[in-house]
Design a protein around this ligand. Structure first.
Ligand code: 13P
Length: 281
């Protein structure tokens, strides 16, 4: 089910209310079900994200139809989003398939190139009424160095948003994809500064392993979308491994539910942890 309102509009509401949506990556039927059971049980909206690898794994029509059908079945308000789209062509294919939102990630390209491709995507997405997210700065991807830094410069963020017209912007303030060796220190002052001078909905990538208090502080300062992937993969596979190690069962329908339920528990806790009702005023 498409949310009653567009994601662009939802972000505007969230910005006013100082709230954020959880954006969860899914990889198969079970992880999707795990996420939606959580959202359904506590009646919270959610963004369902697919990366290029997940799209290749499931096939674009299957992934899209599954997500759409499951959103309807669980009566969850949700949006289907392309995470880290690396080309105009991939973005176009996802928009054609009906995605509500796309990310074009040209953050490793020079500023001008990032602006140019993002602008093209914004133009295309307008025809579909879809939301566009871009990234500015260095947020380490899986396998990339977490020591290297390249935080988002507030003035550049302002210019980038004005020149491209993106609705949402992923910023580099000290988070990284994958688990952390040490608790990450987010540059919250920088976040506040960026939030003050841009009107884009700000996105925090790399939420796995960030303490809930820090997530809440980030939301208070302007983060509207929190991306969660690694913790989902991790809890699913760990639970599955433990189950397989102790049970000699070949009926996968008896094996998978415990891993699916572990995803539900994790996502439910995250959704509850980022609820901001109690600290809005
Ligand atoms: P984690 O894998 O660290 O949770 O990050 C997810 C993410 O940012 C997806 O874009």
């Amino acid at each position: 089910m498409k949310g009653n309102i567009t994601l662009q509009k939802k972000f505007k509401e969230l910005q006013q209310q100082r709230q954020a949506l959880l954006a969860t990556n899914f990889y198969n039927f079970e992880t999707l079900k795990g996420v939606l059971q959580a959202a359904c049980s506590i009646k919270k909206p959610v963004i369902l994200q697919l990366t290029k690898s997940s799209i290749e794994y499931m096939g674009l029509p299957a992934a899209m139809d599954l997500a759409e059908t499951m959103l309807k079945f669980y009566r969850v308000e949700g949006w289907i989003h392309l995470d880290h789209g690396d080309s105009y062509e991939l973005v176009a294919a996802c928009l054609d398939a009906g995605f509500h939102s796309v990310m074009i990630d040209a953050s490793e390209k020079p500023f001008e190139e990032n602006v140019a491709v993002t602008k093209e995507v914004v133009k295309l997405a307008e025809k579909y009424g879809a939301n566009v997210e871009a990234e500015l700065g260095y947020v380490a991807k899986l396998g990339q160095s977490k020591e290297k830094t390249g935080f988002t410069e507030p003035a550049e963020a302002k210019l980038f948003v004005e020149e491209t017209g993106v609705n949402a912007l992923a910023i580099a303030i000290g988070s990284a994809h994958g688990f952390y060796k040490e608790e990450p220190k987010l540059d919250l002052e920088r976040l506040s500064e960026i939030n003050k001078i841009t009107n884009a909905a700000l996105v925090l990538h790399g939420a796995s392993g960030i303490p809930h208090d820090t997530l809440r502080e980030a939301i208070k300062r302007g983060i509207c979308k929190i991306n969660l992937a690694t913790e989902i993969k991790n809890i699913f596979m760990k639970t599955l491994k433990n189950k397989l190690a102790t049970e000699n069962e070949i009926d996968l329908r008896k094996i998978f539910p415990s891993a699916t339920d572990a995803v539900t528990e994790l996502v439910k806790n995250k959704l509850l942890a980022i609820q901001m009702e109690d600290i809005i005023n």
